[in-house]
Design a protein around this ligand. Structure first.
Ligand code: BGC
Length: 821
């Protein structure tokens, strides 16, 4: 890692910590430090050198001041700390779409067997490294997408075990990737933004010394094109057997590599890699007049892995990807929109060959394979996403809700591919900030996303304009458009807030603080007229009932001012805190004057508007009951259907359950008719759809409504309801005052019409939290688990729990009876 002030985390097995001590071998020993913090611990005087392996250990004192044994030794290795010497290496390829990949090789000698060998690599584009014919890594899409105007990530590989005494060959396949592939060109109408020539850099250090590398390249290799939107063209007849091994004889297609300059910041890749996470087997294979139609049973992001046996030479096999089947039971490709999303493979012939594209992935449940029905095939799909540890689990007695929950998980898996994208299939795959902020709260329960989002937010800050305004997608490479708008620009505050609450991570908030304050003042001074802003370009995107844009924009601005004031408070900037609170109060009052009628009801009577009022605390206490009533009436009038869009759907369950409308909440959640969360589930969906009505068993694709054309079946925004399964159905919620679940709330809401049982588990940075309930004849049984070094408060009784397992809280007549066993 490149972090000069690393944060130390440890977990204790039981009880509560009263003090700690860390030793970094041969560097520092903190001695006993009083305090119960066991996450995000920084050692102020720790000074680290680059390219060095450190060992560290920790011990703690318990609540009785008894010291525990030392932990085992752990280690970490530091990176380049910004210095990446050497030149950028490139081929002659430049400037057009669908370029072939360039193959690079470098031959070098070692006169002794190395003890420690490290390869540092990065690229403007994507690269696949190999040594002596073996892949150095299976991670995909290196070095990842960052704001290439400012920074690029580099990777570090331990290659000691791959090196030989004598001759060795390092190989690199280089592709355009996010740097100059279609993904950036398409959105800039073909204009090249970052640069037109992919290039890479490599630094090989063996036993502390750099090995000089000379590179030669060949552009007549088998990957004729590999692109995030187009897919891959692979001509196996052009393979270069042995090109990355010793003993290879170069033909006339190999040339000395070229170099180029690109001044940029080098950051070690702090986020987890994109991996080939899983393999899916077909659930059905049909032969439709010679075209094979394969169903993998699950919509997902990935790519096919097909083994061919004894294929004839020169056969062109075309593989298309689709999320659905069309009316003729063929693979439906319309939701790929402008993305060709196709693999074209030409066989070399022989016993065994493998089709799996390199620098691309697709969003699909089905594939079609042409010209292969007479071949012997083994077909699988490789699921691809960023490596994430599962931290959240939920299960209840209603299988439809469990399917909905699963769909939200697959929505995340399909869209967390190096950056949080909107969708994996069509010509977008972009880090739309609105989608990212809507779903981050859910994702942070499902999986550990701290490092993933730290990377994204680092680029978000770099991409903000001089006023601190955040663009609508990140990394952002356009100029002057798609900048800032309600619900999208707010990712700048909402995402760091979630990282703070869930992991106690203050760094993102600290790093963006100045720019955040600039942004809030900018909106107030430039976008507000009489304390009202109307900048909500996308409104409540995809809502069935549109809400007034000024109402949305001003409510989001008030929420941003609230979060900004919290940041200021936490960082001890009380002057700014007061300033922001004063602005917020003016904005709230203007909002009330504009949008409330004389009876204190909202003039704009939509579910979305009412949710914004209640979720963002836009009205005075005396008006709340009336708005809650208006919301209930509205939902009843809509026959218990939701009519909300991307920005407000996730507020439904929290607002209804926290205001006593449990019956309404559960009726809405269990609604099966369009529009509802369960409607897609009842149509067989395995992911979350972009639109409530994208397809139905009765009507198929709703093309009469042209807005549905190209609609995605894998957009996670509406799946943000799953956050409420953890936080409101099972009631596990962080306390922002003691973040990272150091203290948390247990506030389950079974309601009268909920499920028979529900259970949830969240593996917090301190340890595992559990909350479950089960309906019995005479009441409801509850079971909670509070991890070591934390406390929890059961609501509404305010019962404080210390670490341990608790069972049998019984709920009678709406109240807990504390029947502790
Ligand atoms: C994306 C959305 C995104 C939006 C902005 C769409 O094309 O797919 O998810 O947030 O543009 O409205």
């Amino acid at each position: 890692m490149d972090e000069r002030h690393p944060r130390f985390f440890w977990k204790i097995d039981s009880g509560t910590q009263s003090a700690w001590q860390i030793e970094v071998e041969n560097v520092i020993n903190t001695g006993k430090v009083l305090g119960s913090e066991s996450i995000q611990v920084i050692i102020p005087n720790l000074i680290l050198k680059p390219k060095h392996v450190y060992r560290w250990r920790v011990r703690i004192w318990d609540e009785n001041d008894c010291p525990c044994a030392w932990s085992s030794w752990n280690s970490f290795e530091t990176g380049l700390f910004g210095e990446f010497p050497g030149e950028w290496i490139r081929s002659s390829i430049t400037g057009t779409d669908s370029q072939p990949c360039a193959y690079f090789r470098s031959l070098f000698y070692l006169d002794k067997q190395p003890h420690k060998a490290r390869l540092f690599m990065t690229a403007l584009g994507m690269y696949e490294p190999s040594l002596n014919g073996s892949a150095i890594t299976e991670n995909c899409f290196l070095p990842g997408w960052t704001d290439y105007y400012h920074r690029v990530q580099y990777q570090l590989f331990d290659i000691t075990h791959l090196l030989h005494l004598g001759e060795n060959v390092l190989g690199v396949i280089l592709n355009e990737g996010w740097f100059s592939g279609k993904i950036t060109r398409q959105w800039t109408l073909g204009r090249i933004m970052y640069g037109e020539t992919p290039a890479f850099k490599a630094l090989l250090e063996v036993d502390g010394g750099a090995i000089p590398l000379e590179w030669r390249y060949n552009i007549n290799g088998p990957i004729r094109c590999s692109d995030l939107y187009l897919g891959e063209n692979y001509d196996a007849r052009m393979e270069l057997p042995g090109w990355n091994q010793t003993g290879y004889t170069e033909n006339g297609d190999w040339y000395p590599s070229l170099t180029c300059s690109h001044s940029i910041r080098y950051d070690w890749t702090s986020a987890p890699p994109v991996i080939r996470a899983d393999f899916l087997k077909p659930v059905s294979i049909r032969n439709l007049c010679g075209e094979l139609i394969i169903d993998f049973g699950q919509n997902h992001a990935g790519r096919e892995h097909i083994v061919l046996h004894n294929a004839p030479r020169g056969r062109e096999i075309i593989i298309r990807h689709g999320e659905m089947l069309d009316n003729d039971s063929r693979v439906y490709t319309i939701s790929n929109r402008g993305a060709r999303a196709t693999t074209i493979y030409i066989t070399k012939g022989g016993e065994h060959e493998v089709i799996e594209p390199h620098f691309t992935y697709y969003g699909y449940r089905y594939i079609s394979i042409s010209s292969a029905d007479d071949l012997e095939l083994e077909i699988e799909s490789v699921v691809i996403h960023t490596e994430m540890e599962r931290t959240g689990f939920f299960n209840c007695s209603d299988e439809r809700i469990n399917q909905l929950y699963s769909n939200t998980l697959w929505g995340e898996f399909s869209n967390y591919v190096d950056i949080p994208t909107d969708c994996p299939q069509r010509d977008e795959k972009l880090g739309w900030t609105g989608d990212a902020q809507v779903f981050i709260g859910t994702a942070a329960y499902h999986t550990g996303i701290g490092a993933f989002f730290s990377k994204f937010l680092t680029d978000l800050e770099l991409c903000c304009n001089e006023c601190g305004v955040c663009p609508q997608f990140i990394p952002f490479y356009r100029k002057n458009d798609f900048i800032g708008t309600a619900g999208w620009a707010d990712a700048k505050l909402i995402c760091p807030e979630i990282l703070f609450q869930m992991y106690g991570d203050r760094r993102l908030m600290e790093k963006s603080y100045k720019s955040t304050i600039r942004y809030l003042h900018y909106v107030y001074e430039n976008e507000c007229i009489d304390n009202i802003t109307s900048n909500a370009i996308w409104g409540d995107h995809m809502a069935i009932c549109a809400t007034d844009k000024s109402l949305i924009a001003t409510a989001f601005f008030a929420n941003a001012l609230h979060l900004g004031s919290k940041f200021a408070e936490r960082l001890g900037d009380l002057k700014t805190q007061n300033e922001l609170l004063a602005i917020r109060q003016r904005v709230r009052i203007a909002w009330q004057e504009r949008f409330l009628d004389a009876d204190g009801r909202l003039i704009n009577d939509t579910e979305g508007a009412l949710l914004l009022a209640l979720q963002f605390d836009m009205v005075e206490q005396k008006h709340i009951a009336r708005l809650v009533e208006q919301l209930r009436e509205n939902i009843e009038r809509n026959q218990w259907h939701l009519t909300t869009g991307f920005l407000t759907t996730s507020f439904l369950m929290p607002v209804l359950l926290s205001h006593g409308l449990e019956e309404t909440a559960y009726r809405l959640l269990k609604q099966e008719d369009m529009p509802s969360w369960l409607f897609p589930v009842m149509q067989g969906a395995t992911t979350i759809w972009e639109r409530w009505n994208a397809w139905s068993r009765k009507r198929g694709f709703d093309y009469k409504n042209m807005t549905n054309y190209g609609s995605s079946f894998n957009h996670y925004a509406f799946g943000a309801v799953a956050q409420s399964f953890y936080e409101w159905v099972c009631g596990i919620r962080p306390d922002p005052e003691r973040p990272g679940f150091k203290h948390f709330f247990l506030d389950p809401h079974p309601g009268k019409h909920g499920f028979k049982f529900a259970k949830s588990e969240y593996r917090s940075v301190y340890g595992t939290i559990k909350s479950e309930w089960m309906r019995e004849d005479d009441g409801i049984l509850f079971a909670f688990s509070v991890p070591p070094n934390t406390t929890a408060t059961v609501l509404p009784e305010m019962l404080l729990l210390t670490p341990g397992e608790y069972t049998l809280f019984r709920y009678k007549n709406g109240r807990y009876v504390f029947d502790l066993k």
